[in-house]
Design a protein around this ligand. Structure first.
Ligand code: AMP
Length: 190
């Protein structure tokens, strides 16, 4: 059966790490819009050229572009089993995703809201800047990304809380502890 999980949460909460592990253990495909965009930037595609300055400014890439990418990915999957990581990030994206899930008869297993205190998030992102060299992991861009999150993505918490899909996960613990909390929230076995 077609199924999906959504990872929601501020930058630095650990969504990517957890989504990757969950996807591999559940046999799902991880769809990270950030990773897809970075791959376009690295390959120097037209989309990459358009997205890079927006990403470097810590702003959100326009909804139409993101929805185009997601539409393409889903269209290529006959029986989607997907972990959405970093998508949706705006109300318009969430509404469009609802329609897609309905059309494709994809069951939403849960929306995992992974959170941590802001000073911890900033500390992690600055640490990652040194390890991975992501050009949007500098102090100024991090601040802009937090603002975008608060204004545009945080409203999705209410949106999914109303549908009963939201599951809050404390992202502050060790990677394994956070993962266990995610398994529990989804009711999948360790
Ligand atoms: P991430 O790797 O999820 O932190 O995303 C890195 C950057 O890619 C974000 O700061 C945005 O500029 C862009 N991005 C990723 N996913 C989305 C999305 N769903 N909507 C708009 N912009 C996105």
């Amino acid at each position: 059966m077609a199924e999906a999980v959504i990872f929601l949460g501020p930058p630095g909460a650990g969504k990517g790490t957890q989504a990757k592990r969950l996807a591999s253990e559940m046999g799902f495909k991880q769809l990270s819009t950030g990773d897809i965009l970075r791959s376009h930037v690295a390959r120097g595609t037209e989309l990459g050229k358009l997205a890079k300055p927006i990403m470097d400014a810590g702003k959100l890439v326009p909804d139409e572009i993101i929805l185009g990418l997601i539409g393409e990915e889903l269209a290529a999957m006959p029986d989607p089993k997907v972990i959405f990581d970093g998508f949706p990030r705006t109300l318009a994206q969430a509404e469009a995703l609802d329609r897609l899930l309905q059309e494709r008869k994809i069951r939403l297993l849960g929306v995992l809201l992974v959170t941590a205190p802001e000073d911890e998030l900033v500390k992690r992102l600055l640490g990652r800047a040194q390890q991975e060299g992501r050009s949007d992991d500098n102090e100024e861009t991090i601040r802009a990304r937090m603002v975008e999150y608060l204004h545009k993505t945080q409203p999705l918490v209410d949106y999914y809380a109303k549908t009963g899909s939201l599951k809050e996960i404390n992202g502050l613990g060790k990677v394994d502890e956070v993962y266990r909390a995610i398994q529990e929230a989804l009711g999948v076995n360790a």
